[in-house]
Write a protein that binds this ligand. Structure first.
Ligand SMILES: C[S@@+](CC[C@H](N)C(=O)[O-])C[C@H]1O[C@@H](n2cnc3c(N)ncnc32)[C@H](O)[C@@H]1O
Length: 300
């Protein structure tokens, strides 16, 4: 039915997406947890190998549920923990390629220069302007684009194709045609809904959903977080399935997507499933982030 969309929010571990039938998803948009990033997920995973094991199992599920020819987009970056850099982008790419995905593209998402969330590593050079003291500040993330085989454009009905047409005005003026995208990140203003969630900006989700899905398609986000993918799907006439392990995010997602008032919806159906393997994470993660920050302050 045109204009009608369904939204399924499933609390549980995305290594098992049994609720989603094989080949039923038309686009995957997600940002996996940033390993044990000190300001987002301190000690969430036992080890880097355990993290990669989880990512491999989620990737296998993505491959199973994605329809032939369709695309999975992962937004993320290498992670620095206690001075050690973990090659997340390379390892995720290897995992997806080994499963049989085509590695189609990597976009570099550049954030505004004034925004450096983790630390100003470049200050080291100001104190020690000598060779080998160079540590750049990070203002980028990768958008990894994988495809399951090749898409058969002939199967799309003409009317749907036209309805989903990409507006070339934005494509030109915002330079979508380059593999470097300048998009402002979610700014850390006090009291924001996404506090402590490492959300990606709606503008980035909107661009990717417009570029890789048709109106009426179903989009999956296995790591839903605050619900950005689901919110933008609702705005753009796509259905969405979202998995999130942390049950504490339910009210945030409801509010962000606009299902919090308990009003009947005329454009959509919204279901919530709470599985046994859902967890309660945010409160304890926030406490650990605070502890880590106070240790860093004391050290300085
Ligand atoms: C980087 S955040 C996603 C943020 C999201 N893109 C947004 O815009 O709000 C990753 C999310 O994955 C969740 N997560 C971690 N491990 C998970 C798992 N095994 N299954 C499902 N969700 C998981 C975390 O709780 C976190 O909310």
């Amino acid at each position: 039915m045109e204009g009608w969309a369904t939204f399924r929010l499933i609390f549980g571990d995305a290594t098992n997406m049994a609720e989603v039938p094989d080949g039923s998803i038309h686009f995957v948009l997600t940002s996996p947890p940033y390993f044990n990033a000190p300001f987002d997920y301190p000690d969430l995973f036992e080890s880097y190998d355990a993290y990669l094991g989880t990512m491999r199992r989620v990737a296998r599920e993505i491959h199973r549920v994605l329809a032939d020819g369709r695309v999975a987009c992962l937004i993320g970056d290498d992670v620095l923990v206690d001075g050690e850099r973990y090659p997340v982008v390379a390892d995720l790419t290897r995992i997806f390629v080994d499963l049989g995905f085509r590695y189609r593209d990597r976009i570099v998402w550049v954030k505004p220069e004034g925004y450096i969330r983790i630390s100003r590593r470049s200050g080291v050079m100001l104190q020690h302007p000598y060779p080998l003291y160079y540590y750049p500040d990070n203002v980028q993330e990768s958008v990894l684009i994988f495809q399951k085989g090749r898409f058969d454009y002939r199967k799309v009905p003409e009317r749907l194709r036209e309805a989903s047409r990409v507006d070339l005005t934005n494509y030109q003026s915002e330079k979508w045609y380059l593999n470097v995208w300048h998009v402002t990140n979610v700014l850390p203003v006090p009291g924001r809904l996404e506090d402590g969630i490492a959300a990606f900006p709606e503008a980035l989700a909107e661009r990717l959903i417009r570029l890789f899905s048709y109106i009426g398609d179903t989009v999956l986000d296995p790591f839903l977080g605050s619900g950005t993918t689901m919110k933008v799907c609702r705005l753009l006439g796509r259905s969405c399935v979202g998995y999130e392990i942390d049950l504490e995010l339910l009210p945030i997602i409801q509010q962000k997507v606009g299902f919090h008032r308990g009003l009947p919806l005329d454009d959509a159906q919204f279901d919530v499933v709470i599985r046994q393997d859902a967890r309660h994470l945010r409160t304890s993660l926030a406490q650990q982030v605070k502890q880590k920050a106070s240790v860093v302050r004391k050290k300085n």
